[in-house]
Design a protein around this ligand. Structure first.
Ligand SMILES: Cc1cc2nc3c(=O)[nH]c(=O)nc-3n(C[C@H](O)[C@H](O)[C@H](O)COP(=O)(O)OP(=O)(O)OC[C@H]3O[C@@H](n4cnc5c(N)ncnc54)[C@H](O)[C@@H]3O)c2cc1C
Length: 514
């Protein structure tokens, strides 16, 4: 049985310094610990789990993490090829070793290959997740293989470079362990192929590069432990097509800093895009952007990550409006809501839900996703604050958490969780009519209804499907089409109502007037 710590402060375990509290935390010191965790029925059943390395690339938005943190502490650096004649060096390193300790080790032993990656915080196990890179050098350049624990099959496997499917700031691990998927792989050891300095001049050259990089980084980046909480670049540099690039260039009537990639695509600089939207050095409550680097979001002393996430969403909206480019966070966003399918009863207290009503009502309803979604969107459409209380997270079902995630991601409302029970939803001012991003769910029909009422128009790729039966949503869609030709809605007009086409646009010229 592993030692399980309860209600653990994560303040010192993430570089934003967010004081989220984890319900459970287990320190993993060896492979055996992982086997114990995943053979324990209670621990296995905890729905939300997070692998934590140095916490330098994630943002805990909420004050509570309602699950299990698997904190990687596996140590050890082993030289697998210690042959004096051979120029090659093979190092096998525990996932819990600090990346900077590995760099120090290589400097002491005169091993080359990691010079340009100096100064990056975090652990060795965290490095392959996004294929860390700096100054044109990627981890994949020196990576040989890694050992991972495959949670699904409960066994250790080796991934070579090809299997890791590295690309710019991503890998198979980032793709498989993302928020929508169940976590799959835990990296336990990473093996690197480096070279030895065979002469003093090569060693000196290597040391000079390190000095130069450290100096350059210190001008540009705040140190999270000395200066201010941050996680390096917040957004990934977007990669666009040449057509998109030409369009932006024409629109801006200016040269746009970019890199031409080998596949003819173009990489823009997220920091530059953010700066053009006047966010450099700006603040939103306790969150801000670093004055010399607009893509670095900083935490000015808050215990939670709401302001940082709100700022990130505002920045994303501005950039999307001006350049038609949606920035994707490089930082892993950790939120309290996660799918939990075992729902039974949901108690909702609604405050100020309907206009002109100031009473607090308690209604007991079955935790049916459509009811929840109706309530959420009624509130959002009416721009009312809603609070859900009492065991919201013990009982909500899969689709509601996905809808919450969607509301959050697309900046439709800010979601605040207090004491991991109370949920407050504060709608934003943005006008939302394009529901394409919500089309994943049958519940999107509910969203469409409320959006129609609010804005009079909805456009969306054919609304959501269902994984259990054969598109029951078609019943809803047929009803909408039928309503369009009904007498009392003679002034309503449904454009392109054919269900066979993938794009459905519904337009009410004058909503519900007789
Ligand atoms: C000041 C600063 C500068 C930075 N500069 C750079 C830079 O130049 N280039 C760059 O690429 N990055 C940079 N970063 C980002 C970050 O340091 C790296 O991405 C780092 O490798 C993250 O490692 P970590 O151990 O801190 O991971 P964490 O932040 O703990 O975790 C990040 C993600 O990886 C997962 N994870 C962590 N360990 C494991 C494991 N063993 N197995 C499976 N999943 C795991 C986590 O679940 C999470 O999803 C910078 C960050 C800061 C604060």
């Amino acid at each position: 049985m592993c030692h399980v710590e309860k209600n653990v402060s994560l303040r010192k375990l993430n570089t934003y310094g967010i004081n989220a509290v984890a319900r459970y935390l287990i320190r993993v010191n060896n492979e055996e610990d992982l086997i114990k965790i995943f053979n324990d029925p209670y621990l296995t059943n905890i729905d939300q789990k997070l692998i934590l390395g140095g916490g330098s690339n994630l943002l805990f938005v909420d004050e509570y993490f309602n699950g299990l943190i698997i904190y990687m502490c596996i140590k050890g650096i082993t030289n697998l090829m210690n042959n004096e004649e051979n120029k090659k060096v093979i190092l096998r390193v525990g996932a819990g070793e600090k990346w900077m300790d590995l760099i120090t080790y290589t400097i002491q032993h005169k091993y080359n290959g990691l010079e340009y990656l100096v100064g990056i915080p975090g652990t060795v196990g965290g490095a392959p997740i996004q294929n860390i890179s700096a100054y044109g050098v990627e981890l994949s350049n020196v990576f040989l293989e890694c050992q991972v624990f495959d949670i699904q099959n409960k066994r250790f496997v080796i991934f070579d470079k090809h299997a890791c499917d590295f690309a710019y700031r991503t890998s198979i691990f980032k793709r498989k362990n993302n928020n929508n998927d169940r976590m799959r792989y835990i990296i336990t050891y990473v093996t690197f192929e480096l070279s030895k300095s065979l002469s003093e001049s090569v060693d000196l050259q290597s040391k000079n590069i390190i000095k130069d990089i450290i100096q350059r980084r210190s001008f540009k980046l705040p140190d999270p432990w000395l200066h201010v909480g941050n996680a390096g670049s917040f957004f990934v540099n977007p990669i666009i097509t040449n057509d998109q690039y030409q369009k932006i260039k024409q629109q801006e009537q200016n040269d746009i800093p970019h890199y031409l990639l080998s596949n003819n695509k173009i990489k823009l600089i997220a920091g530059w895009l953010i700066e053009q939207c006047n966010w450099k050095g700006k603040s939103l409550r306790t969150a801000g952007t670093w004055p010399s680097h607009a893509n670095i979001l900083i935490n000015n002393g808050s215990n939670h990550g709401y302001d940082l996430w709100a700022l990130a969403k505002e920045i994303r909206t501005s950039v999307e409006k001006r350049f038609d480019i949606r920035l994707e966070p490089e930082v892993n966003i950790i939120r309290i809501f996660r799918p939990n399918i075992t729902s039974s009863k949901l108690i909702i207290r609604k405050t100020h839900l309907w206009q002109n009503e100031n009473k607090t009502k308690t209604i007991h309803i079955p935790s049916d996703k459509n009811v929840c979604v109706h309530l959420l969107f009624a509130a959002i459409s009416l721009k009312q604050k809603v609070s859900f209380k009492d065991g919201f997270f013990d009982n909500i079902c899969h689709d509601v958490t996905r809808i919450l995630q969607w509301i959050d991601e697309y900046n439709i409302a800010d979601l605040y969780f207090h004491n991991h029970q109370l949920l407050k939803i504060i709608p934003n001012d943005h006008k939302l009519t394009d529901l394409t991003s919500a089309s994943f769910s049958r519940a999107s029909i509910d969203i469409a209804g409320h959006t129609l009422l609010k804005y009079g128009i909805v456009s969306c790729v054919k609304l959501g499907g269902c994984q259990f039966t054969d598109r029951p949503i078609d019943l809803h869609l047929n009803l909408l089409v039928a309503l369009g030709s009904a007498q009392q809605l003679s002034k309503a007009c449904i454009v392109k109502p054919t269900l066979d086409i993938p794009f459905l646009e519904i337009k009410y010229l004058e909503a519900f007037s007789s």
